[in-house]
Each structure stands twice: as C-alpha cells, then as structure tokens.
Design a protein around this ligand. Structure first.
Ligand code: NAD
Ligand code: DAU
Length: 373
C-alpha cells in the first residue's frame, strides 16, 4: 500500500545524511512540513540546514530522541504522519572506544521513538495513515569474504562492532513494533555514503581535508578492506522511494554496486586533488601546505596505521529488491559523485574548518596516536 507523506518528523536531520535528506525532500516537496529533531551532538550541526533555513515548511527542534514525551508531543501538535529516523551514533571507531553512547542512542533512542509513535498513531488513533521509516546500515550483516555474494535482505544478521550491534538491535525493535502492535514501519539498510556535509572523521572527508592541509592520510591495516560507496543524495532518493511505495513491515537494501578497497579510494582522492591543483592554480594559494602546492604528489602523504579492532573485511549490497519492486537505481556514477564531493569540500572550507573544533582535534589526537603512545 503506498503512503503519501505530508508532514514529517526527521530525527538526526542536522547530521550528514539527515540534512541531505531534508534538502532533498523540501526541494522535491516545497509544500511539505518537515520538523527536524536533533540533539546536535559532535556530528550534528545547525549549519547543515543552512540551505533550507528560510523554508517556511521547516522547523528545527533541539532535542533528544530518548525524550519520548517530546517526540510524542511533536507528532501530536504538528499532526505528523511520517517519521524518518536517522538520528544515531554512527562512527564505528567511536563505538569501539565507548560503546555505551551507542546503546543509549541507537537502541534506547529508537525504542523511545517507537513508543511515541505507537502512543500517538495507534493508541490515540490520531493518524491512521502513518509511516515509521528506520534508516539502518549494511553493517548489521557482518563481513563478507572476497567471493561471497553481496548482502541481501535475507542475509542473517551478524553484527561485529558495538555500532553494528546497536543498529541491529534497533532494526529488530522496529520489526517487533510492526509485528506486535501493527505500527506501519519500513527499514532500509544502506552501504557507505559519501558527499556534502560528511563529517571529517569518516574516511573520504578525512582524507580530503587532511590532504588539503598537507597532513597524513591514514589507512587502516593493509588498506584492502572493501566498502560499497553510494552518493548521499542517491541514498536519500532511495529512502524517499521506500517511504512512498515500500511495503510496510519490509526491509530494503540500498547500495551503489560500487566496491572499492580503501587504499584505492585514498589513491583516487590523491589523484583527484593533484588534478584539481594542476587545473586551478588558485588552489596553491588557498592550500599552501597541500603536497601539490609544493610540487609533490599527494600520494606521498598516505600512511598505513594500526588496524581497527574487528575490522570488517568487505561489505557489498545486493539492491535487487529495491530496483525490481520500487524501480530505484542510483543516478550518480562514482566519477560524478566524487567530482561533486571534492568540489563541495573545496567550496565549503569554512564549513569543515568550523566542525574541526577542539572536540574534533582531541578525537584525532587520541585516535591516531601511535601504538603505545
Ligand atoms: P551522523 O553521525 O552524521 O549524524 C547523526 C545525527 O544524529 C547528528 O545530527 C546527531 O546530532 C544526531 N543525534 C545523535 N544522537 C542523537 C540523539 N540522542 N537525539 C537526537 N539526535 C541525535 O550520521 P549519518 O552518517 O548521517 O547517519 C545517519 C543514519 O544513517 C544513522 O542511523 C546511520 O546508522 C545510518 N547510515 C549511515 C551510513 C553512512 O555511510 N554514513 C550508511 C548507512 C546507514
Ligand atoms: O557501511 C555503512 C557504514 O559506513 C555506516 O553504517 C556508518 O555509519 C558509516 O560510518 C560507515 O562505516 P565505516 O566504518 O565503513 O566508515 P569509515 O568512513 O569510518 O571507514 C571506511 C573504511 O575506511 C573502513 O574500512 C575503515 C577505513 N578507514 C577509516 C578511517 C576513519 C581508514 O582506513 N582510515 C581512517 O582514518
């Protein structure tokens, strides 16, 4: 049964993917109401919503998804019919150093939202046509060997990091609220995203900003771990497709059919930056510490560093279901998506310098300290 979302609660809408989704949704549906609920953790940023700041349909609420009463009040007072749940602790490395926050936000936070939705949409019967969409990850399926088939929706869950385990637990709660209480839910499990507003703790933006500043590009282990990369707006399009046409109670894998070993991604970024400097001499003055500003190739900054504990070897998504059932396919190739991404980081130096604040620098110092330091 199709669903027509009119009035949305978007949790985590000031984060990387959530903000891209809000931009996309308000562009495609200028009459929509979108209420963003975000706690503005280190990864959340009001500035991520700047492009839609003056949109009359947007309301920003600074709050925590674990506050069930707040979520219920928003659903009620705004007569919201759709909840798109992005809010999460999302960084695997941080989950290894401090798993508690991941259980609190990803498990308890998701359960808090499910309780609010159940109360308002089912028990108070305010919005018979409702939809709770849960944004999840391919990491719940564990790790693939080099020749294993890609993850499908029927691949058994085998999460390996505290982050992945917390997302798996949240997926199961969403499923249970559908089967037990009849909440109209959908879930999507997506592969690695990249694009504008990507927080520079993650591989692609970290590599970009480090290379521009002439700092080392750290590659874990031997760099042969593989990820399946999707341009963030394609992910948003996929979520929109599931929201409207997805079968309730169903899960949909979203991916780019675009597997890359980490070292090849990093080398590719080095080449893109070197080419950009060659094509635009003004970049030398803007980024004087970058290797190509000093006549050196960026690849000289690649450093192999200590591996991530329990580092999953390979992720790959089989996106047959969303393609066949909902007619979804990514619009960007990796070449066009990466070109847009690099152009965005070059044009938004203020954004990435601002998010690399004291807390950010503290994380980087602690996380990339040499073993035994
Ligand atoms: P992000 O870390 O960039 O953003 C998370 C957002 O959630 C931030 O704005 C943060 O302030 C907010 N938040 C955190 N805890 C909160 C709380 N308790 N209450 C309210 N808001 C809170 O994450 P992202 O990369 O944009 O990921 C968004 C979602 O997509 C997550 O659920 C993640 O698991 C999933 N996902 C991410 C990727 C990826 O490649 N980044 C891939 C697949 C799925
Ligand atoms: O697969 C989807 C997941 O992708 C999402 O659920 C997560 O929220 C998102 O953060 C991402 O997780 P990864 O762990 O794959 O992303 P990250 O950018 O942290 O790392 C990508 C790969 O690069 C991974 O194999 C680890 C490696 N890496 C990462 C960093 C930060 C490095 O080699 N060096 C680094 O400095």
């Amino acid at each position: 049964m199709s669903h027509t979302p009119h009035r949305l609660l978007v949790t985590g809408g000031a984060g990387f993917i959530g903000a891209n989704f809000v931009h996309y949704w308000l562009r495609e549906h200028p009459d929509a109401r979108v209420v963003v609920l975000d706690a503005l953790t280190y990864a959340g940023n009001r500035a991520n919503l700047d492009p839609v700041r003056h949109h009359p349909g947007l309301r920003f609420v600074h709050g925590d998804i674990r506050d069930t009463a707040l979520a219920a009040a928003l659903l009620r007072e705004e007569a919201l019919d759709t909840l798109v749940h992005f809010a999460a602790e999302s960084h695997v490395d941080r989950s290894i150093q401090g798993p508690d926050a991941f259980i609190d936000t990803n498990v308890n936070g998701t359960h808090s939202l499910l309780k609010a939705a159940r109360q308002v949409w089912l028990e108070e019967g305010r919005t018979p046509a409702h939809r709770f969409h849960h944004v999840s990850t391919d990491e719940v399926y564990g790790s693939l060997g080099p020749t294993d088939p890609a993850f499908s929706e029927t691949t058994p869950y085998a999460p390996n990091s505290p982050y992945a385990a917390s997302k798996a637990a949240s997926d199961h709660l969403v499923r249970a609220y559908h089967h037990t209480y009849g909440l109209a839910v959908t879930t999507s499990n997506c592969s690695n995203n990249y694009g504008p507003y990507h927080f520079p703790e993650k591989l692609i933006p970290l590599t970009l900003v480090n290379l521009l500043d002439g700092k080392p590009a750290p590659v874990y282990g031997n760099g042969r771990n593989i990820r399946d990369w999707l341009y963030v707006e394609d992910h948003c399009r996929g979520i929109a497709r599931v929201l409207v046409q997805g079968r309730t109670g169903e899960t949909y894998n979203i991916g780019g059919n675009n597997e890359w070993a980490n070292i090849d991604i990093v080398r590719h970024l080095c080449e893109l930056i070197d080419r950009s400097f060659a094509a635009d001499p003004a970049l030398r003055a803007r980024f004087p510490h970058a290797a190509p500003a000093q006549g050196q190739p960026s690849a000289g900054l690649i450093r192999f560093v200590q591996d991530r504990p329990g580092h999953d070897r390979r992720y790959a998504i089989d996106a047959t279901r969303i393609r066949r059932e909902l007619g979804f396919a990514p619009q960007e190739t990796f070449a066009t998506g990466m070109a847009k991404t690099l152009a965005w980081y070059l044009a938004h130096e203020d954004w990435w310098r601002a998010v690399m604040d004291g807390r950010y620098r503290q994380w980087v110092t602690q996380h990339y300290a040499p073993a035994g330091a």
